[in-house]
Ligand binder design. Sequence first.
Ligand SMILES: [Zn+2]
Length: 246
Amino acid sequence: MNAETTAPDLGDLRATVAQACRILAVEGLVEGTLGHVSVRAGDDRMLIRCRGTDDEGLMFAGDDDVRLTDFSGAIIGPDEGYRVPKELPIHGELLRARPEVNAVVHAHPPAVLVCGVAALELRPVFGAYNIPAMRMALEGIPVYPRSVLISGPGLAQEMIAAMGDRPVCVLKGHGITVTGERVEQAVVRALNLNALATVTLEVARAGARAEPIPAEDIAELPDLGSAFNDLTVWRHHVAKARSRGL
Ligand SMILES: [Zn+2]
């Protein structure tokens, strides 16, 4: 989604954000009611998953849970009892600071959490198993070292500074922040980061230390083309969620 050239259809975007929440829940990246997804919806406007009075958690997120707000978190129009996430500044400040970012995922995946707490570095420990995740690790995964709730713009700006121009950031003792040009890309990047953390954790649990992948093997791995690959993976997860009635 390029917000400058394409007028966003808010209904479609709202449905995509809700779907993203359900996929993150099915895949175990969010638990219960904690975590949120947003998408840019114009100048100083975003759609973000909020919490209603009868909220049932991300696995059951519906289109109505995705509300239009400004980047500071004011709901546009009647709030109908919905409250914005306490960590909304993660989304608003990222969308404000980085024009190339159109979508933001914030989640608390247990595997990433444990790796962070155990100081297990997320390195390129595998190759063709998951090439996008390997490349993510190869390019470096920044860590925001504070375990605070990112509830204000100052803390969000600290996180953004730690993140630099990377699409992902591990929030130590907390979770992850992942960006994308579109929601689908941000979700698939979050899934890849989770896959990397899961393997890293399993290797450590086995009492082993993974050897680095040889440079000649990395050089052999093809570039899958992010956009194509992301949408293919996204479609799979949409179908998987649908097969579970979600
Ligand atoms: Zn959080």
